[in-house]
Design a protein around this ligand. Structure first.
Ligand code: NI
Length: 158
């Protein structure tokens, strides 16, 4: 773990009380861990908004779909095979007689991942779904982004 820095924060009493109540419900042991998570979330959001379209991200696409929809399984498989380089793993759950849930773990260029996710989500028979995109931990903290007034895109060392 990297060196820890301590800092003081001035905040209205009411805001702090509300925050403490929230993080207690969420299960945080202390404010520090809750603040660290908020900071990481803000950094990931900013980086994803400013990164070039070919930067590598991690994704998970959750889909709930109709097991009986005609040719849907074939189309989903075909799309995933066409982009096998992006698909890391697939979890399939037979939810009920009629419904299936699939969680597809993705890794690759953010633009390609969003395109594949959109193609899968828009298939007839897919009832609901959402793509979650994040970054490897080392990519969340970048001196360039933190020290630079406006985040700019750049390549990382491997
Ligand atoms: Ni199934």
């Amino acid at each position: 773990m990297s060196d820890l820095s301590r800092f003081g924060v001035s905040v209205e009493e009411e805001l702090l009380q509300s925050f403490d109540q929230l993080i207690a419900i969420q299960g945080y042991a202390n404010r520090s861990e809750a603040l660290r998570d908020l900071m990481r979330d803000a950094l990931v959001k900013s980086r994803l908004e400013t990164s070039p379209e070919n930067s590598e991200v991690l994704g998970s696409l959750t889909l709930v779909y109709d097991h009986h929809a005609s040719e849907l399984n074939d189309k989903m498989n075909e799309l995933q095979h066409d982009h096998h380089d992006l698909v890391v793993s697939v979890l399939h759950v037979h939810v009920s007689h009629d419904d299936c849930m699939e969680v597809i773990v993705l890794r690759g260029a953010v633009r390609q991942i969003r395109t594949l996710a959109d193609a899968l989500l828009s298939l007839k028979g897919v009832k609901h779904g959402r793509l979650f995109v994040t970054l490897a931990a080392r990519q969340m903290v970048s001196r360039d982004v933190v020290s630079n007034g406006h985040a700019r895109s750049h390549k990382h060392d491997k």
